[in-house]
Structures are given as structure tokens and as C-alpha cells.
Design a binder for this molecule. Structure first.
Ligand SMILES: [Zn+2]
Ligand SMILES: [Zn+2]
Length: 177
């Protein structure tokens, strides 16, 4: 049975996977990545990188920042089934507003055709549309942005982190973080 690379507990169902490592869930995956990314990049350096992405150019429209992670949800009801897709994109506030507006319109048009979708749509359609209307420039990077950058840095250093996990396991067989 697979063991969580972060907290060493046994994984019964589901779980998350990154590189060759298994985790109970995304929270454990993120904790381990943050732990090792901080071993590679000292905190001030990491904070500066996050700050640079936040105040940098929008990767989508190449316009001025601030840049952050935009979440929008698309509900599609297909009479008997429904799908909910989440989109996370790093972009500026103008692009975020445009994306949320599009997702909101999608929900309004496609989100009503099954009872379950209708239930979800009551929540997600307003989330997107209000998000589109009221999204403001955040002066501080959000948690979502920090998480996205830590994940990205972990991806860049995947081999080093995998080796480090193996080494740590040898030293402390039942470690918890
Ligand atoms: Zn775990
Ligand atoms: Zn943009």
C-alpha cells in the first residue's frame, strides 16, 4: 500500500501523486513541496520571486500587473449528468475579469440542463459574475499565487526533491511534518 511522502500515513483511497511520490491529498503534497523548495531557496529569495511575478507582466495579455491566480468555474448540465470544470490561470485583473465573465455566461447558458447542475449553478454562476464585476487589483500576492509558484519551483527541481525525500526517509523512518 502506498505511503504519503509527507506524513507517512497509509493511503486508502484516492490521494495525490507528484513525480514518483504519493500523498494523502493535495494539502500534504503542497506541504512537502513547500518544505523542500524552502531548502533550495531561502525565504527572502522566494518572497522576492513571488513579488516579481505579482508585480510583473501579465502572461496572457502582456499588459501591466498585478498578476495573480484567477479561478473560474464552468458548470455544464447535460440533462442527466453535469460537469464542473475549474480553470486556474495566472493573469492580471483585467484578464481575470474577462475570464470570469466568460465562465459566468457559460454557466448561465449551459448550466441549467440537469437538476444537479442547477443546484451547483446557483452557487457558481454568481461567483463568476460577481467576481467579474468586483475583482480589484490586489496589492499583495494571494495564497493561490504563492502555492502556484512553489509548485512550479518544485516541478523545476523534481529530481533533487525526490532524492532528498529518499534521503530524509532513511534518516527518520517515521517522520511527520
Ligand atoms: Zn499525508
Ligand atoms: Zn492580462
Amino acid at each position: 500500500m502506498a505511503k504519503c511522502a509527507n506524513c507517512s500515513s497509509k493511503i486508502w483511497l484516492g490521494g495525490a501523486k507528484w513525480a514518483s511520490l504519493d500523498f494523502c491529498d493535495e494539502a500534504c503534497e503542497q506541504k512537502l513541496k513547500a518544505y523542500f523548495v524552502l531548502q533550495i531557496f531561502p525565504l527572502p529569495e522566494l518572497q522576492q520571486m513571488i513579488e516579481e511575478v505579482h508585480s510583473g507582466q501579465c502572461p496572457v495579455c502582456k499588459g501591466l500587473g498585478p498578476v495573480d491566480v484567477c479561478c473560474s468555474y464552468k458548470v455544464s448540465g447535460l440533462i442527466v449528468a453535469m460537469t464542473l470544470s475549474t480553470e486556474r490561470v495566472m493573469c492580471c485583473q483585467r484578464c481575470a475579469r474577462r475570464r470570469k465573465l466568460k465562465a459566468g455566461i457559460h454557466c448561465l447558458v449551459f448550466g441549467w440542463w440537469s437538476p444537479k447542475a442547477l443546484g451547483s449553478n446557483v452557487f457558481y454562476a454568481p461567483y463568476n459574475l460577481f467576481g467579474a464585476a468586483f475583482a480589484r487589483s490586489a496589492s499583495r500576492p494571494s495564497r493561490d499565487l504563492e502555492t502556484a509558484i512553489v509548485s512550479w519551483l518544485a516541478d523545476q527541481n523534481m529530481a533533487a526533491i525526490q532524492n532528498a525525500v529518499k534521503e530524509e526517509w532513511k534518516k527518520v523512518p517515521n517522520k511527520t511534518m
